[in-house]
Design a binder for this molecule. Structure first.
Ligand SMILES: [Zn+2]
Ligand SMILES: [Zn+2]
Length: 286
C-alpha cells in the first residue's frame, strides 16, 4: 500500500481577504484530491493535509507561492491512513481557539529541535512547559515537563498563577506543532515572564529529527489518528483504565452520546470494542 504523507503548517499573518483565500484554497484542495482540515482566519492559517508524496509536494509549492506564506514551515509525518476522511477548509475567528485575545506580535523566542536537544544534553537549568491540555500530556510529554491541568486551551490563562514561580527562569514551551505556543508564549511575556522560548514546529518537528530521545510516550493528535508514535521504540507512559497495564492507546467511546476519551489497551479493546462501559457497549451493538 502506498504510504500517505501528512503535512502540518500554520502562520500568523494578517490576511486581507480571508473569505476569498478560504474559497480558493478549498477549491484547490478538492481539485488536488487532498484530505485534511485547514482553518483560515483574519489572523492567518493553520492546517493539516494528507495525500501521496507528489500531491503534498504540489500543495506545499502552491502555498509557498503566496507572498504571505513564502516562509511557512511544513512538518511532515508518514501514516498508514488519512488523518481526516474529508476535505475541510473553514473560515474561523481564530486559527486556534483561545478567546483570550492576545496578539502574536511579541512571542517567545523560537528554539530549533537542535537547540532544545542541546539544553537537555548539557543538563541546562530550564523549565520545559507543556502548553497542551491535560489529556494530551497524559500519554506523552517531554522529559521533566511541567504539564497543566487544563482541558481546553482557552483556559491557559488560568495556569499563569501557578507558573509565577518560574517568572525569572528560562522557559521553553511546546505544543504539537507550534501554533498554540505562539499565543501562549505571548501571554506569558505580557505577564512579565522574562525568558520565554518556544519549540519551533513543536513535538512533530522534534521527533522527526530526534526520535526516541527526550520526548517520552506518544504524541496526541486532534484527528482520526488520536495519537502517533514518537520513535521506533515508543514507551507507554499511561495506564489502561480497564486492566491497569501500560498503554498509550486512546479510544473515543463509540456511543456518540458518550464519546468519552479513555485510555484502553488493544487487548481490552477487543473485549470492549471502542466503548467505555457495558452500558455503551450494549447500546452501540443494537
Ligand atoms: Zn487493558
Ligand atoms: Zn461510553
Amino acid at each position: 500500500m502506498e504510504k500517505i504523507t501528512t503535512s502540518s503548517f500554520y502562520k500568523y499573518i494578517e490576511l486581507e481577504n480571508p473569505e476569498e483565500f478560504q474559497e480558493n484554497l478549498l477549491e484547490y484542495c478538492i481539485k488536488l484530491e487532498l484530505k485534511g482540515k485547514v482553518l483560515v482566519a483574519k489572523e492567518g492559517i493553520n492546517g493539516t493535509v494528507s495525500g501521496n508524496q507528489k500531491q503534498i509536494e504540489e500543495f506545499e509549492k502552491h502555498l509557498l507561492s503566496f507572498k504571505d506564506f513564502k516562509d511557512i514551515m511544513f512538518k511532515r509525518t508518514e501514516t498508514e491512513s488519512h488523518p481526516y476522511r474529508k476535505t475541510h477548509v473553514r473560515l474561523r475567528n481564530e486559527i486556534v481557539t483561545s478567546k483570550f485575545g492576545i496578539k502574536t506580535e511579541k512571542v517567545g523566542k523560537h528554539l530549533t529541535p537542535e537547540n532544545l536537544k542541546e539544553l537537555y544534553d548539557k543538563k541546562d537549568d530550564f523549565i520545559i512547559l507543556d502548553a497542551r491540555n491535560n489529556y494530551e500530556a497524559k500519554i506523552g510529554k517531554f522529559k521533566n515537563a511541567v504539564t497543566s491541568p487544563i482541558k481546553y486551551f482557552r483556559d491557559f490563562p488560568k495556569t499563569i498563577k501557578d507558573l509565577e514561580k518560574y517568572k525569572n527562569k528560562k522557559i521553553v514551551m511546546y505544543c504539537t506543532a507550534g501554533v498554540r505556543c505562539e499565543k501562549a508564549s505571548a501571554l506569558l511575556i505580557a505577564n512579565g515572564f522574562e525568558d520565554v522560548n518556544q519549540l519551533q514546529g513543536g513535538i512533530v518537528n522534534f521527533i522527526n529529527k530526534f526520535p526516541d530521545t527526550y520526548f517520552e510516550g506518544r504524541c496526541f493528535m486532534f484527528d482520526d489518528r488520536i495519537s502517533i508514535a514518537t520513535g521506533s521504540n515508543t514507551k507507554d507512559i499511561a495506564i489502561c483504565e480497564k486492566c491497569h497495564n501500560p498503554s498509550g492507546n486512546y479510544i473515543n467511546c463509540k456511543n456518540a452520546k458518550c464519546n468519552k476519551l479513555m485510555i484502553m489497551c488493544e487487548g481490552c479493546n477487543e473485549e470492549w470494542k471502542d466503548t467505555c462501559s457495558k452500558f455503551c457497549r450494549n447500546l452501540s451493538n443494537n
